[in-house]
Design a protein around this ligand. Structure first.
Ligand code: HEC
Length: 201
């Protein structure tokens, strides 16, 4: 059985998932209405340990461990949500990954920076702040470079769009998830986040 630990970035996403009522959608997820820009980091939700596991044989493809009362032991349980859409970094995870896509920006960027900020700082959507520092984030992730004054990089709209759509088209070894290629974010959401980044002076 392929039971593999869902990676650290995914674990952060799991944290968000457990706080939302709807399962992750393959396309165009709307930012959760409850999430505001620069929201306070949410506490780790009760009942979702950091060791959620991918198990293709489980009901939702996802299991987790639940402490049993008075025994100090753990039992496996089907996670109520299907978190299996997120890839893991385990060598046991043999599910297919879409090949890198270098997406041409169709027309002008036409992104909404305000929307982009909400999506980037929504742990159930872009979740960029898990790895990058963004303005208004008290506890930024540091796996990726700070994006605080990103516009100073002088990258073109298309370069930013391509980076968010699929960073592998720029850096094949990147740790950044290919949001567009995986369908985690819609084309418009990628545009909105790109517009947000380009507004960070
Ligand atoms: C799992 C961690 C992770 C997540 C989540 C993540 N990134 Fe990244 N990102 C990285 C890393 C690591 C790099 C630097 C390595 C590379 O790809 O060149 C990077 C690079 C970048 C760059 C290029 C920065 C530069 O100075 O050239 C941009 C722009 C960027 N990320 C934007 C985003 C946005 C927007 C999101 C959310 C939609 C996001 N990232 C989510 C890890 C992440």
């Amino acid at each position: 059985m392929n039971r593999v630990l869902i990676g650290s970035a995914a674990a952060l996403i799991l944290q968000a998932c457990a706080t939302q009522s709807e399962p992750p959608r393959a396309e165009a997820p709307k930012p959760a209405a409850t999430t505001t820009a620069a929201a306070e980091p949410k506490p780790w939700p009760a009942g979702l340990p950091a060791d959620a596991l991918y198990d293709p044989n489980a009901k939702n493809g996802t299991i987790f461990y639940v402490p049993t009362t008075d025994t100090a032991t753990l039992k496996q349980a089907d996670h109520p949500r299907d978190l299996s859409r997120w890839l893991t970094r385990s060598h046991l995870d043999t599910r297919g990954v879409p090949p890198p896509v270098k997406k041409t920006l169709d027309g002008p960027l036409n992104g909404n920076p305000e929307e982009g900020k909400k999506i980037a700082m929504n742990t159930g959507a872009g979740n960029c702040w898990a790895c990058h520092a963004l303005p208004g984030d008290a506890q930024p992730g540091n796996q990726g470079p700070s994006l605080i004054d990103f516009a100073k990089r002088g990258m073109s709209d298309e370069e930013v769009y391509q980076t968010i759509y699929d960073r592998r088209s720029v850096n094949p070894m990147t740790a950044m998830p290919p949001f567009g290629a995986l369908g985690t974010l819609s084309d418009q959401q990628v545009r909105d986040i790109a517009a947000f980044l380009q507004s960070l002076k």
